[in-house]
Write a protein that binds this ligand. Sequence first.
Ligand code: AMP
Length: 216
Amino acid sequence: MRLILVGPPGAGKGTQAVHLAAHYAIPHISTGDIFRANIKGETELGKLAKSYMDAGNLVPDSVTNEMVKDRLSNPAFGDTGNGFLLDGYPRNIDQAEFLASVLNELGTPLDAVLELEIESAEIVTRLSGRRTCRGCGTSFHIIFEKPAVDGICDKCGGELYQREDDKEEVVANRLNVYSEQTAPIIGYYRSAGLLKVISALGEVSEISARAISTLG
Ligand code: AMP
């Protein structure tokens, strides 16, 4: 299964991606996670990405595209034989076109693009309560997905923190960036006959079941 998850920040892409990647036995490739790992590791890529991310803006396409191309085609990873799930990429039409050319060269076209649909009022509630593990990147929510112990990751015991870009001032900009730059890819994939849409409301397990029954 070669799949893209699309939806506004806070739609639950990361959470669903983990479930769907396990279900289809494919790697979960999140450009946001790759950037955050580079920031944590203080790499050149991390230093470059940080200012864009903290402001809720997109990292330049030249950087992001090459990073994804390498992730999908470098045999050093060698884990995309069964397919892949892209989460947070592409985020504009140019990235979508770049991805199409990479997949065309590889001879591995997309199977589907799954849109998680949600209203903006709900997004703000979700993002402002989100807490992320510094260790393994797992997301929790202070109301909807509480960790067993406040401030501590259930999975790895790491410290939970609020992402700089989940703070209220930045969320508004991320939503603008989504509607101006990312939302157009939905029409692009609809025209290509690849788009499937599900509601992102409900329990995590309900949404996964919805996704799997839609994707087949
Ligand atoms: P995410 O974890 O997907 O919400 O991404 C967090 C941030 O990483 C975004 O707000 C962007 O600054 C950056 N980012 C992630 N994916 C991309 C992408 N495909 N293109 C450009 N910037 C990205």
